[in-house]
Design a protein around this ligand. Structure first.
Ligand code: G3P
Ligand code: CA
Length: 237
């Protein structure tokens, strides 16, 4: 059985990476969710994909890192999605964890490129420990140095390595990275049968992103992937 992640929550039904989006995914029966984390100016963990606000609220200049949590909590990011969503704000990771059932699997992606958040790894682990969320969590990142920092702090949480572009022999890079990686998270566009076969031979699970077409999903399942990240509730439920 594949493990499919509701990508940024159920982002076709509510503003991405918000409490309503995660609640919709949970209510519709998703087994797993994916979310992105960054740090506010006062070092609080906030859940958001983009470094800038412009896609959600064109009036807000600058980046997440330029605002305190108190300031971010006054920024509407829902109205750009729908009039009904007006007033929705970005959640903290604490707020998202509070609504997640114990059996929900959570992929937390550290968004550390192009802004690099020094110390985000320690802050994330403190947050997980405070919430007693030591289980059913994966941590992933395109920033493999961030994964190294996590591994230096704990070996209890499975790590997923994200790849946007094709590499020569990705699985060998992962094997030789010095990291104890559980899963490879490649951009789905270049994943084929031989890519999945090689990853498996090296002992890695494979979770491509972001797979929204049912036909492509079925093809990837046939190749042997362990699951996908998807915006499509027909795939992640
Ligand atoms: O973790 C899978 C996927 O979310 C990575 O890409 O840009 O959607 O965060 P992005
Ligand atoms: Ca992500």
């Amino acid at each position: 059985m594949t493990l499919n992640f509701a990508h940024r929550g159920s982002l076709t039904e509510a503003p991405e990476n918000t409490i309503p989006a995660f609640q919709k995914a949970i209510d519709s029966g998703a087994r797993a969710i994916e979310l992105d984390i960054q740090l506010t100016k006062d070092n609080e963990l906030i859940v958001c994909h983009d470094h800038k606000f412009s896609r959600f609220n064109k009036e807000v200049k600058g980046q997440i890192k330029d605002y305190t949590l108190e300031e971010i909590k006054k920024i509407d990011i829902g109205a750009s999605f729908s009039t009904d969503s007006k007033g929705i704000t970005l959640p903290t990771l604490n707020e998202v964890l509070a609504i997640c059932p114990k059996n929900l699997i959570i992929n937390i992606e550290i968004k550390n490129i192009p802004v690099i958040y020094d110390g985000i790894e320690e802050i994330l682990l403190h947050c997980l420990w405070d919430n007693e969320r030591f289980y059913n969590v994966f941590i992933s990142s395109f920033d493999h140095i961030a994964l190294k920092h996590i591994q230096e702090l704990t070996t209890k949480i499975p790590l997923g390595m994200l790849f946007h572009y094709r590499l020569l022999n990705t699985w060998e890079y992962v094997k030789n990275s010095g990291l104890n990686i559980t899963s490879i998270h490649p951009n789905h566009v270049y994943v084929d049968r031989s890519f999945v076969k090689s990853c498996k031979e090296y002992g890695f699970e494979v979770y491509p992103y972001t797979v929204n077409s049912i036909e492509r999903y079925e093809e990837l399942v046939d190749f042997g992937v362990d699951g996908v990240f998807s915006n499509n509730p027909r795939i992640f439920v």
